[in-house]
Write a protein that binds this ligand. Structure first.
Ligand code: S3P
Length: 435
């Protein structure tokens, strides 16, 4: 449990953020299929990644975690060695559970995937459906965990129309294509493209045609993946909490070093800029296909409300809870729409976003896929607020901390350990900023 009683004072700091979660998981899964020794620096050391490494070890992969690097010794495509009936625990990680399914459909050994109580409430039909078309068989609890996979040695390439903008579903199918003879075709609504960039960098057989709202991917099987040295950039989703804290604090300024600003992830920056927040990129560079920069942000003078373009949803999907805090302080009514996917996350986040805002005295109107936020530029909070029973959703915890530090009030926020899922050093960085 964490208690916060005071607003944060003005600050002017430089910080580093831990490695990107999506890139860390993808690096580990691809390294496990490579031939030889892959090494990652700045791999995120959060529970989601530790679950990934534990699952890989259970599948017979050699994993060594050193103080400042992680080594994975892959034995090649489809080389996992495990006993029939092996149980893999994906913990809280939807990305791990869904992506690894794409690799497991090629095994003749049966495997079961389980997860924690939050992951066990989430939908897996979205990934079972396309993977079944390759020829694998699945048993699930009505589309939820636990899932039993009965793989196929003779997978057939599929054509898949991914309509939700889910990078997890797209990536699961991409990983399945690596060991499937023939051409797997994916038409995917725009979503984060880290897997594509890894495939290109590793020179795997992928062709991409880009259209305005979707991409078409053409993927062929391969028999070898080269091992991969990777210096993982900082996570923009974790940075978003500090960007918002700075924007909402008086006379403050923050530089966040070495952050992944892949355009498929920077919806939060675009939305905040539309709302009048000043954010600059410095030292922009390209690393293995990924765009990286130092992000500089300063206190907002005036905040405009927004009718948020739905086209930005997928590139900001993990950041909406903190974006809503900016809308709470905006002049006018903000509207965020087509967001049913937000309720498919670690907790129903549209509901939790609106709950936090209501607790601090902001009026909201929510439907099953939208939220209207009645901003108040003079917002001040001085009452007691308790946040609990939110399925330990790490982003609900961190959003509440930012709200407490930005708006004031006497907060009691339960389940502090939830930050271990994605951002274990979150509170340490808050303390660094407070110094
Ligand atoms: C992720 C994709 C997104 C995102 C999640 C990470 C990924 O989920 O919310 O935190 O690494 O592919 P969906 O694919 O369900 O949109």
């Amino acid at each position: 449990m964490l208690k916060i009683k005071n607003k944060i004072k003005s600050f002017n700091k430089k910080i580093f953020i831990e490695g990107d979660k999506s890139i860390s998981i993808r690096w580990a899964l691809l390294a496990s299929q490579a031939n030889g020794r892959s090494v990652a620096k700045n791999l995120l050391r959060s529970e989601d990644i530790l679950s990934t490494l534990r699952c890989l070890k259970k599948l017979g992969v050699k994993v060594k975690l050193h103080k400042n690097k992680c080594e994975i010794i892959g034995m090649g495509i489809n080389s996992y060695k495990f006993k029939n009936g092996t149980v893999l625990d994906a913990g809280n990680s939807g990305t791990l559970a869904r992506l690894i399914m794409g690799l497991l459909i090629h095994s003749k050994k049966k495997v079961k995937i389980v997860g924690d109580s939050s992951l066990s409430k989430r939908d897996f039909i979205r990934v079972i459906k396309p993977l079944e078309k390759f020829g694998a068989k699945f048993k699930s609890n009505n589309g939820k965990l636990p899932i039993f996979i009965d793989g196929t040695l003779n997978p057939k390439p599929i054509s898949y129309d991914e309509k939700k903008g889910s990078a997890q579903c797209k990536s699961a199918v991409m990983l399945a294509s690596l060991n499937t003879m023939g051409t797997t075709k994916i038409k995917a609504k725009k979503s984060r493209n880290h897997t594509e960039l890894f495939f290109k960098h590793l020179k795997l057989p992928i062709k991409i045609k880009k259209y305005k709202k979707y991409d078409k991917l053409f993927l062929k099987n391969t028999n070898k993946i080269l091992p991969l040295k990777y210096d993982i950039p900082g996570d923009i989703s974790s940075s978003a909490f500090f960007i918002v804290l700075t924007a909402l604090s008086k006379n403050s300024r923050l530089t966040i070093k070495n952050i992944n600003i892949n355009p498929s992830r920077t919806g939060v920056i675009k939305i905040l800029r539309l709302m009048g927040i000043k954010i600059k990129y410095n030292k922009i560079r390209i690393y293995k296909g990924e765009k990286i920069a130092d992000i500089c942000v300063e206190s907002a003078k005036t905040i405009r409300s927004i009718n948020c373009p739905a086209a930005l949803n997928s590139s900001a999907i993990d950041e909406f809870l903190v974006i809503f805090l900016i809308a709470a302080k905006a002049k006018g009514i903000s509207f965020f729409k087509n967001l049913s996917e937000l309720n498919q996350k670690e907790s129903p986040r549209l509901k939790w976003g609106s709950k936090i805002l209501n607790l601090i005295g902001i009026k909201t109107i929510t439907t099953k896929d939208s939220i209207k936020i009645y901003g108040n530029p003079n917002l001040k909070v001085d009452k007691k607020i308790i946040i609990k029973d939110y399925l330990k959703d790490h982003r609900v915890f961190m959003t509440s901390v930012i709200a407490a530090l930005a708006f004031g009030g006497k907060w009691t926020i339960h389940d502090k350990d939830s930050i271990k899922t994605s951002f274990p050093s979150f509170l340490k960085i808050i303390n660094e900023i407070k110094k």
